[in-house]
Design a protein around this ligand. Structure first.
Ligand SMILES: O=C(O)CCC(=O)C(=O)O
Length: 335
């Protein structure tokens, strides 16, 4: 063995997907073409939900958690919150890079109560995995600006979905979700879900064209991981809670972006995991199967391109679910 333990064989670096530059034309062109993956594979069984997902990138579905399931999930979430008190008053998700006992219990409760309820609504082509609790305290700090979730499948070929479920009724004033209709068609650039603000000057245009979704306790909202979305300030008095799962094609590899071993900050390693292991104990997963390195794409378009694409989408595909965000609830609104 040599010093690097390679037995003298050179170690091949994983293939590199080079950076692309996304300009305004890309938004319009991709928006007109749509995602081929939705024509090839149906993950959610309800045809109306599938159509809304293909066209708009989201769908408000039925109530899928009864009162008992919601109470069990809420109690696991409260135990996790008590064990990990927040540093500030902002939005929190129960994602933990190093799971604590309360975090593991919270994940177990999502696997026990939410995953089967979501699995009952998907096709045999799909597999469902647990995601996180999303807690939004009252006040402006809890607002979540428009963003996208990280890709967990290769979005050039497939799509991945979030099943987001409210744990109580959520009205316009309780910190509801908002989504930009059709954005999953053009927003499949390589990205991670970053704590930074990837959309800088675009928020005004995004929020002008977004739709906001009021939901009932236990109701599911499906959205594509590429769909641009966020959530408004909680102007109520209580913590607003939601819980989610993700849905991916069962026969494909999950492709999870993780911080790169390369020094370039806009480069991530892509971990390959068998999609059927989505509910496995995280400690048993093989975390060294780096299948690719990806340079995150550069976004070089402005609010006018976002506005034009959104208007085009609205003209071609009417009836996007939800209502426009009232001007007084947008991020630039004066109080
Ligand atoms: O729960 C929310 O308010 C937003 C959730 C969200 O943005 C996400 O799950 O990515």
């Amino acid at each position: 063995m040599d010093a690097e333990g390679t037995g003298g064989h050179p170690v091949e670096p994983p293939p590199l997907r080079p950076r692309g530059t996304i300009r305004g034309r890309h938004l319009v062109e991709r928006s007109l073409v749509g995602r081929r993956a939705y024509r090839r594979s149906q993950l959610v069984a309800d045809p109306v939900a599938h159509r809304d997902l293909a066209v708009h990138g989201y769908h408000a579905g039925p109530v899928i958690l009864d009162e008992g399931a919601r109470a069990s999930l809420r109690s696991a979430m409260d135990a996790w919150l008590a064990a990990s008190p927040p540093a500030g008053g902002g939005f929190r998700s129960s994602f933990e890079p190093e799971p604590t006992p309360a975090g593991r219990h919270a994940r177990k409760s999502v696997i026990e109560h939410l995953v089967p309820a979501v699995a009952a609504l998907v096709t045999p082509e799909a597999v469902v995995g647990p995601s996180v609790f999303q807690c939004k305290p009252p006040g402006p700090e809890g607002r979540l600006s428009a963003h996208q979730d990280a890709f967990v499948v290769d979005e050039r070929e497939d799509y991945g979905l979030h099943a987001w479920v409210a744990l109580s009724d959520i009205t316009l004033r309780d910190g509801p979700l908002f989504v930009l209709p059709g954005s999953h068609r053009y927003a499949t650039w390589t990205r991670i879900s970053s704590p930074g603000d990837e959309f800088g000057t675009l928020h005004g245009a995004i929020e002008r064209h977004a739709r906001v979704l009021e939901v009932r306790a236990g109701q599911v909202v499906w959205f594509d991981h590429a769909t641009i979305h966020g959530s408004l300030e909680n102007q109520g008095n209580d913590l607003r809670a939601a819980v989610s799962a993700f849905v991916v094609p069962s026969r494909r590899q999950l492709t999870i972006p993780i911080p790169s071993t390369v020094s370039d900050p806009r480069c991530v390693d892509v971990l390959g995991i068998d999609a059927r292991d989505v509910c496995a104990d995280l400690s048993t997963l093989r975390l060294d199967n780096i299948i690719e390195q990806v340079q995150l794409d550069l976004l070089c378009f402005g609010p006018r391109s976002v506005g034009l694409t959104a208007r085009l989408h609205a003209a071609l595909h009417r009836s996007a679910p939800g209502v426009p965000i009232p001007a007084g609830l947008r991020s630039g609104a004066r109080r």
